[in-house]
Ligand binder design. Sequence first.
Ligand SMILES: C[S@@+](CC[C@H](N)C(=O)[O-])C[C@H]1O[C@@H](n2cnc3c(N)ncnc32)[C@H](O)[C@@H]1O
Length: 246
Amino acid sequence: MHDIVQTLEGTYGLDRQSVPYGQWRRGLRSTIHFLSYHFVLKRHTTRCTRAAGFRMVVRPTVFHPRYFITSEFFASFIGRLDLTGKRVADVGTGSGILALAAARAGAAKVTAIDVNPNAALSAAENARANGFENRVTAMCSDLLSALAPSVLFDVIITSPPSFPGEPRDLADRAWHAGPNYRDIALLFDQARERLAPEGRVYILLSSDSDLDLFSTLITRARFQARLAAERSLLIESFIIYTLQAR
Ligand SMILES: C[S@@+](CC[C@H](N)C(=O)[O-])C[C@H]1O[C@@H](n2cnc3c(N)ncnc32)[C@H](O)[C@@H]1O
């Protein structure tokens, strides 16, 4: 793993300047959301696909790991980690692609969690279909709240919804996390409680997310953030941060 060590104050820290939202940018963002929501997230049929080398079933309302490029970007990042023997949680697992990537990277036990029951079902099916049913367990839970108090993880991976704003329905919870990120606001506090000593969180955020607010939540939970990887597209960057306890 080659972390690029940067502090919160660095160019690539969470205090990086958000790109100001002009009118055309707002229009583009809502067009992308309209198309993603109506033609991908809200679909009523189950789809089969291949992503990151896995055979995947994607139930209705579940975040599609091929149409949204963050999934394969993060899966390939996880594939470069040595997770041998680690206990891993994937919070907001969707199809389970990141949980499977963690199992392939050697994790001893992976807990794949999603608030969407269709996602938990897809993740369980995909673990079976790819031969990881003994190491990947899927569950429906709001963040880490349904886990027994004693359960700890060496690594927590998460690709949470990128945008604030009220989700229209369960499918839209992959995209919108409520006003001021209400639905995931406790993610960092809960992750801090669940991390074993020397544990790490890997989180993927968008440059269009409210990075100021994320920075506040991360600092409040007493984590230090470092840039680990970034992919830039024409209109947006996807950034993976490593969080470690201060
Ligand atoms: C951007 S998608 C990422 C899916 C998958 N990890 C991937 O990379 O393809 C975010 C996921 O987080 C889930 N989610 C949103 N809020 C959640 C919460 N409070 N607790 C658990 N999962 C949540 C959504 O249902 C969705 O599956």
